[in-house]
Design a protein around this ligand. Structure first.
Ligand code: HEC
Length: 118
């Protein structure tokens, strides 16, 4: 077995470079990997970086406060919505705050600069 696999090595290097960046952006949140998992389903509709395809509203461009307010309103049922009112019922305040921080970080990161996107 070769000791060195160039493609795998490059992937691992890209991941190792990206991860501290993600964790640093979520200041004080040691559980960034949990947030990654939490934010996974959101990406299906809102895109990985919050830039939604089609008619679904984008999350990029919204501040952390705005994201928290929108998500909380969905959860409380005070915002007019289709899917989000049902979806947000499953999230507590801490998770909503983590998700808001996550999508601000994802939309503000220059993925070209960090070498993850080309
Ligand atoms: C099945 C598709 C779908 C999924 C999954 C989904 N969303 Fe949404 N999201 C929508 C739609 C559609 C809207 C517009 C409001 C509505 O009709 O529910 C929306 C609206 C929003 C808004 C308000 C945006 C604005 O401009 O006001 C936020 C914030 C949001 N979603 C966050 C999330 C987060 C965080 C997750 C993951 C936990 C998530 N969404 C998962 C479809 C989705």
């Amino acid at each position: 077995m070769p000791a060195h696999h160039p493609v795998l090595t490059r992937r691992v290097v890209a991941m190792v470079l990206a991860l501290p960046l993600a964790s640093a952006a979520l200041a004080g949140d040691e559980d960034w990997a949990d947030t990654w998992v939490l934010a996974g389903p959101c990406a299906n509709c809102h895109g990985l970086t919050g830039n939604s395809p089609g008619a679904i509203p984008s999350l990029d461009g919204l501040s952390e406060d705005e994201l928290v307010a929108r998500m909380t309103a969905f959860r409380e049922g005070t915002a007019d919505a289709t899917v989000m009112t049902r979806l947000m019922k499953g999230y507590d305040d801490e998770q909503i705050a983590a998700l808001a921080g996550w999508f601000v970080m994802m939309s503000e990161t220059n993925w070209f600069e960090v070498g993850v996107a080309q």
